[in-house]
Design a protein. Structure first.
Length: 398
C-alpha cells in the first residue's frame, strides 16, 4: 500500500495523527520562543530568568509523562485528546492574562505537557499500535503535521504578535484548539471505533503471534537497554549543538545567517526523510535500521570537524537531518513492532522522559565540552556515536 492508497483507506486515522502533531505547536519550543522577548520585557527580566523557568517546567512535564502514558492505554482516545486540549486551552488563557511568575510557570507547564508531551505521545501511540503492515508510512504522514506547523506558524504568529501583542496570540491559540481541534477529533473518531482503545486493538491482534510487553518488562529487556543510547543520540547532540550555535559560529567565524541556513536545510531534509524512512520501515522493519541510522550524522560531524569551512555547515546539517528524520519515525515504529499494542502508551511515555532528560542536559554538557574546543569535544561526540552503532550491532546479533 503506497501513501495515496493509505490516505484513501484510512483518512480519519491519518488525519487524527496529523492534527495532534500539528496542534502540538502550542507547546513546542519553536512557538514558545516567539514569546520570550514579550514576556521578559513585560516583567523586566533577563532572558536567562525565563529560560530557567522554562527548563524547570520542561523537566516537570517530562516526569509527569509516564503517569499520563498509562491513561492513554486505558481510556478512549477522543477523551484523552479532549482533556489534553482543555488543559492546553487553560494554559493559554493563563499565559494571556497572568502577571505573576508562578502562574506563568503553571501556564507554560500546561502547554508544554499537553503540546510537546501528550499530543505527540497520543498520536504516535495510537498510530503505532493500530497500523502494522504500513506502520512506517502511517507515522510518517502523521509526523508531517509538526513539520507543517514549523513552516506555517512562526511567520504567521510573529506577524500577529507584532500587530496585536503576544497575549492575544495566546488567546488565538486557545481559540484554535477549542473551535478547530476538539470538534475535528470528535468528527473523525466515532464512539465505538476500534481505533479508540488499546484493549480493542490488542484483542484484534490476538490472532497474530505478537505479545504485548509491560513497561517493567521492556525496561528489563536487554535489547531495549542496548538500543536506547542510539535513539537518544540525535536529541542530545542536535539540542546541544543548536543551543550553542552562537558560540560555535563565533569560534569558527561563521555568520548567524549561515547557521540559520543550516537549520533551514535541516528542517527541509528531515521532512523529506519522513516519507523515505516510512517506506523502508514497512519493507524491512524498524529494527534493521538501527545499525545504520546514525551513520549520516556521524559523517556530518566528521566533516564539520575536519573541514572548518563555510560549506561544512550545510553539509553537516543535511546529514544530521537524515539521521534525525530516520530516528523520528523509527523509534515509535520500533516499540510497537517489538513490544505490542497493549501497553504502548506507558512504554513510549517512559522513552519520552529519557529523551527530554537528555535534551535538558545537552545545553549544559555542550557548553562545558566546548570549553575544550570544537575539535576535541565533537571528537568525543563522534566516538559516542560510534559506540552507539556498536551497541546496535550487538543488539542485532541477539
Amino acid at each position: 500500500m503506497n501513501y495515496w492508497q493509505l490516505l484513501r483507506t484510512y483518512p480519519r486515522y491519518i488525519a487524527y495523527g496529523f492534527l495532534h502533531y500539528f496542534f502540538s505547536f502550542v507547546g513546542q519550543t519553536f512557538f514558545i520562543s516567539l514569546f520570550v522577548a514579550g514576556i521578559s520585557d513585560d516583567r523586566g527580566w533577563s532572558t536567562e530568568v525565563f529560560s530557567g523557568i522554562y527548563s524547570g517546567v520542561t523537566l516537570c512535564a517530562a516526569f509527569l509523562l509516564p503517569l499520563i502514558g498509562q491513561q492513554i492505554d486505558r481510556f478512549r482516545l477522543r477523551y484523552v485528546s479532549t482533556i489534553t486540549a482543555l488543559v492546553m486551552i487553560s494554559g493559554c488563557v493563563v499565559l494571556a492574562f497572568t502577571h505573576h511568575w508562578i502562574w506563568l510557570a503553571v501556564g507554560v507547564l500546561a502547554v508544554r505537557l499537553g503540546g510537546q508531551g501528550v499530543m505527540t505521545l497520543t498520536a504516535s501511540t495510537a498510530i503505532g499500535r493500530f497500523f502494522t503492515k504500513v506502520r512506517g508510512k502511517s507515522l510518517s504522514m502523521s509526523i508531517l503535521g509538526i513539520s507543517t506547523a514549523e513552516i506555517i506558524m512562526p511567520p504567521l504568529a510573529t506577524a500577529f504578535i507584532l500587530a496585536n501583542g503576544y497575549r492575544n496570540m495566546w488567546l488565538l491559540a486557545a481559540a484554535m484548539l477549542a473551535f478547530i481541534f476538539i470538534p475535528l477529533i470528535w468528527l473523525l473518531i466515532k464512539r465505538k471505533d476500534l481505533f479508540q482503545k488499546a484493549d480493542t486493538v490488542a484483542a484484534a491482534a490476538e490472532h497474530s503471534d505478537q505479545v504485548s510487553w509491560t513497561r517493567g518488562e521492556v525496561l528489563r529487556d536487554r535489547r531495549f537497554q542496548l538500543v536506547i543510547p542510539t535513539l537518544l543520540f540525535i536529541p542530545f547532540v542536535f539540542t546541544g549543538f543548536v543551543f550553542n550555535q552562537s558560540d560555535i559560529a563565533l569560534m569558527r567565524a561563521y555568520s548567524p545567517e549561515l547557521m540559520a541556513l543550516g537549520l533551514s536545510i535541516y528542517g527541509g531534509t528531515r521532512g523529506i526523510m519522513l516519507f523515505t524512512v516510512g517506506s523502508i520501515i514497512d519493507r524491512l522493519g524498524a529494527g534493521k535500521l538501527l545499525i545504520y541510522i546514525l551513520i549520516p550524522a556521524i559523517l556530518g560531524l566528521s566533516v564539520f570537524v575536519l573541514f572548518p569551512t563555510t560549506w561544512a555547515v550545510p553539509v553537516m546539517f543535511c546529514l544530521a537531518a537524515i539521521s534525525g528524520g530516520a530516528v523520528t519515525v523509527t523509534a515509535p515504529a520500533l516499540w510497537a513492532e517489538r513490544y505490542g499494542p497493549r501497553f504502548l502508551g506507558s512504554i513510549k511515555s517512559t522513552v519520552s522522559l529519557l529523551v527530554v532528560l537528555s535534551s535538558a542536559a545537552a545545553p549544559i554538557v555542550f557548553t562545558w565540552g566546548l570549553a575544550w574546543g570544537i575539535t576535541p569535544w565533537l571528537s568525543v561526540i563522534i566516538a559516542y556515536g560510534i559506540l552507539c552503532i556498536i551497541l546496535a550491532w550487538v543488539e542485532s546479533r541477539r
